[in-house]
Ligand binder design. Structure first.
Ligand SMILES: [Fe+2]
Ligand SMILES: [Fe+2]
Length: 136
């Protein structure tokens, strides 16, 4: 299944963050497998719930590093995190209420959001954090 696989270019150099990003890539890839390929609604619901929880967990961990290093764009980054959690939670709620199906457009949205967030927004923080660490 090559819909969404980890690329070396996603690596930011902060081990805990990279490990958690890999897990998010896996969850989105599993979602595709269970929805578009297997049509297993129960599994889709389970993975969506895991995705909500793991996204919240990852964002909180990343934000701890921002606070630790006094990252100047913390609030802006945190707001971006919050709106994504709301969006994923909305997909989850609507799916459980059978108001939406998990179509390829939603999977593409999740995938593209994560790639862009890692490569631009998280990359900016990682550069700042690694520099902060190097002078500690
Ligand atoms: Fe992240
Ligand atoms: Fe982030």
């Amino acid at each position: 299944m090559s819909y969404f696989i980890w690329q070396d270019s996603y690596e930011l150099g902060i081990e805990i963050v990279d490990t958690q990003h890999k897990k998010l890539v896996d969850l989105i890839s599993d979602l595709l497998q269970s929805s578009i390929l297997n049509h297993d609604n129960q599994k889709v619901e389970d993975i969506l719930q895991q995705l909500v929880k793991y996204t919240e967990y990852h964002f909180a961990e990343e934000e701890k590093l921002m606070i630790e290093s006094n990252f100047p764009k913390f609030e802006e980054h945190q707001m971006i995190h919050q709106s994504f959690v709301e969006k994923v939670n909305e997909f989850y709620m609507k799916f459980t209420r059978k108001e939406i199906a998990l179509e390829i457009q939603i999977l593409n949205y999740l995938k593209n959001w994560l790639i862009n967030h890692i490569l631009i927004t998280d990359k900016e923080f990682a550069t700042f954090y690694l520099n902060y660490k190097s002078i500690q």
